[in-house]
Design a protein around this ligand. Structure first.
Ligand code: CAO
Length: 445
């Protein structure tokens, strides 16, 4: 066998430790220059690492989940000339569209958020490959092209599937190969496939266009671009709101005793800030254990029940909402959770969260208790099936059977996916949460 050459991750801007989400080739596959080898997905964009030359893939050096940066070796390729054969002919479909759309996006500059589109990057020294093919959050916004990797686009074209009809199940609504297969299966079975957008009747949202208004006709205005985070979370929220039948169940927890314990814990541990949220994480884990349907995700006709307890926490940052995940919350004590919560929210506000920090969540908590309000209806963070909203606790007169006693009351708002959870289960879940928060000894049961 002739000398093998390395295919490396080219310049991908400022992204580092970006997870591999898809392998696009196998050892033995013939590849053309610029054909995607693997797909990487950061919190900002998805990109393919292209083959630097024509040849045959002899070895893949990465697997799904590996985190790569510029220069990481992805595969060993035997160059076509050395392999003694002409470069494999591109497929007809690929010929029609040799460069997958959306167009390659140039490398982002270090800072300016969000819409900076600076000059194209030079290929890094010693790596003759093309820049990675990016397709970013803009493609997710309504009215734009469906969000899918070039390999999935090609696959869809081969099957004659219009990607605009397919709902993406991966992060940020990205359409996977499995989504296309699932769509075809459902169409073949004569069922209504889940549709991504409007138009054409059927199961889609047949919406009228967004109102176009010249606001400046009515007074002064200023335009501000949305941040990347706003674009990404906006697309996710819109999909989740439109596709999940939400119901919100409200309840109150008497946290008078919990609050006394929290204050004591805070006095004994000055180095860490213990807020009500850590108790809520613990109580949520107890409720998820008791009601496993809340620790689940829908996958076609199946419910995937999880045996781990990773809790997403909505964190408000100047650039928008992010949801980092606290892993294995069932195995951590209150102080450890308090420390981790402090670290993760600082990381979120300093824009240092990686995609890995935001993956693997089972159930999310959105706490507005530090700000105010009495109740709200949080939007479920798909593919999770429920989210707990927490508002500000207030001292209230509560009837104890003999008299009104002053009690500290915490409002809970649980939004749930009604396809998976019925109202009775949701009411049981929130009243159990309230019981646990009212008497923390229940956490020991
Ligand atoms: N009732 C009364 N007081 C509360 C409370 C509640 N439910 N929750 C927190 N507090 C208090 C805390 O004890 C703290 O008081 P001190 O400063 O006196 O100690 C204060 O409010 C501020 O708390 P915090 O917000 O710093 O900490 P937290 O652990 O409660 O929350 C975090 C951390 C990261 C979740 C929060 O800062 C945050 O970003 N919240 C917003 C989440 C959000 O935007 N959700 C909306 C999503 S839907 O669009």
């Amino acid at each position: 066998m002739a000398e093998l050459k390395e295919a490396r991750v080219p310049d991908i801007g400022n992204d580092k430790d970006v997870p591999v989400i898809e392998l696009l080739v196998q050892p033995g596959d013939k590849v053309r220059k610029d054909q995607g080898l693997v797909t990487l997905e950061s919190d900002k964009a998805t990109m393919e690492v292209p083959a630097p030359f024509d040849g045959i893939v002899r070895e893949l050096k990465v697997k799904v989940g590996d985190e790569l940066s510029e220069g990481s070796v992805v595969a060993l390729i035997e160059p076509a000339a050395a392999a003694g054969e002409p470069a494999p002919a591109p497929k007809a479909e690929a010929k029609a569209e040799p460069k997958p759309e959306p167009k390659p996006e140039p490398k982002p500059e270090p800072k300016p958020e969000p819409a900076a589109r600076p000059a194209a990057p030079a290929a890094p020294a010693g790596n003759p490959s093309s820049p990675p093919v990016r397709f970013d959050a803009e493609a997710l916004m309504p009215g734009k092209v469906p969000y899918a990797s070039p390999a999935v686009r090609l696959f869809a074209r081969e099957l004659g599937v219009d990607l605009a009809q397919v709902a993406g199940s991966a992060r940020a609504g990205r359409i996977t190969r499995e989504d296309v297969q699932g769509f075809v299966k459902q169409v073949m079975a004569g069922g209504a496939a889940p549709r991504a957008g409007g138009g054409g009747g059927g199961g889609g949202l047949d919406l009228i266009p967004w109102p176009k208004v010249d606001f400046s006709k009515f007074g002064g205005i200023e335009r501000q671009p949305l941040s990347r985070i706003q674009k990404l979370s906006g697309a996710n929220l819109a999909r989740n709101w439109a596709m999940i039948p939400h119901v919100t169940q409200f309840d109150d927890a008497d946290i008078t005793e919990m609050e006394a314990f929290r204050k004591k814990l805070g006095e004994e541990n000055k180095d860490v800030k213990v807020t009500p949220l850590v108790f809520l994480i613990k109580a949520a884990v107890a409720a998820l254990k008791k009601y496993p349907a809340f620790n689940a995700s829908l996958d076609g006709d199946e419910l995937v029940l999880k045996q781990y307890f990773n809790i997403g926490i909505a964190v408000d940052t100047p650039d928008g909402l992010v949801v980092p995940v606290i892993r294995d919350a069932d195995r951590k004590g209150l102080l450890e959770l308090a420390r981790e919560l402090g670290e993760v929210s600082a990381k979120a506000r300093d824009k240092k969260l990686t995609s890995a920090d935001m993956q693997g969540g089972c159930f999310s908590i959105s706490s507005l208790g530090g700000i105010g309000g009495t109740a709200f209806t949080p939007i479920i963070n798909a593919p999770e099936v429920a989210i707990l909203g927490v508002s500000r606790s207030a001292m209230k007169p509560v009837w104890n059977g003999r008299e009104f006693a002053p009690r500290l009351v915490l409002p809970l708002s649980l939004s749930y996916d009604h396809r998976v959870i019925d109202g009775a289960a949701a009411a049981r879940f929130t009243s159990y949460l309230a019981q646990v928060l009212g008497d923390l000894r229940r956490l020991l049961l």
